[in-house]
Design a binder for this molecule. Sequence first.
Ligand code: TXA
Ligand code: MG
Length: 320
Amino acid sequence: MKRLSGDSGIKEAVARLRRGDIVALPTETVYGLAGDAANDDAVRAIFAAKGRPADHPLIVHVASAADIERWANPVPAAALKLAEAFWPGPLTVLLKRASHVSTVVTGGRDTIAIRSPAQSAFHRILTLLDTGLAAPSANPYKQLSPTTADQVIESMAGRIDAVFDGGPCEYGLESTIVDLTGSTPTILRAGPVTRAQLAAELDCDVALPAAHQVAVPGNVQAHYQPGKPLYRLSTARLIKAGIRAGFLIWSDDAAAAIASHGVDTAQVIRLPAEPVGYGRGLYSALHQLDHCQIDEIRVEQPPADDHWAAVNDRLRRAEG
Ligand code: TXA
Ligand code: MG
């Protein structure tokens, strides 16, 4: 797989995308597998490379809020308000699809998911192309999302030809998805933009259902999974004798418990005790633990409050 970078890499990515090829690109959330959203063949190539069922819709990435009306109709005031506040950035809005938009990218639906990514290379490429880019996370279906170009190369080798290396992703967790097609804005996937931030901006209640009926593959229980079994455990139940485990912890208590049991420190990863730093490191930590000589991954359960919603959502699905 060719690794692109710098100005020449941006040029090459644009040329490839223009002719209908797909290219893995960095975003501020995770790496995406990008193709021209207005070109059905390019969109089909994305589904094929990922091994994703054709009825699981893709997010369309746009340069700015001015592009929403090219893809959605009607454009509710709430969408413009949220775009103004959080774009470019890690927020996806779900709207009604404009009638001319192909249902290949929407997985056959009448709705369309749209976001404007902040990552500078991706943003530059969008501006040069003057189209939308469909981009799911750049991993095979159901596996862990990549947060570095190396992880893309590892999991997508042989499936795609090029990745633009923009370094590690700023957030490391997929965008928040908010459904604006109903009477109450509803979070379909928790992410870096929190429920409290959305509610403050819209000045109304925002729902964050534990489960919902809108079929989102990220909503499939077994998703975002490492190859090894993963268990979420309270700090007190973290240590278990007689097994080869890798540990993902955040608290002093867990670190002390592990130290007193003499666990091999190469298999212990400690993430920050706050949700943004923890989220940034989560997928890389899981990738790393997946490569250790261990039988299972034991994760110290993070706090339950709303600020940790995105982290807890991904850990719940990683457990399967
Ligand atoms: O941060 C992100 O959102 C990343 C980066 C690359 O932008 N993209 C991403 O895409 O996570 P993907 O395809 O892995 O997840 C997008 C989610 C899926 O669960 C998909 O089903 C949902 O968005 N989605 C897209 N269009 C939808 C629609 N019309 N109705 C319901 N869900 C939709
Ligand atoms: Mg994904």
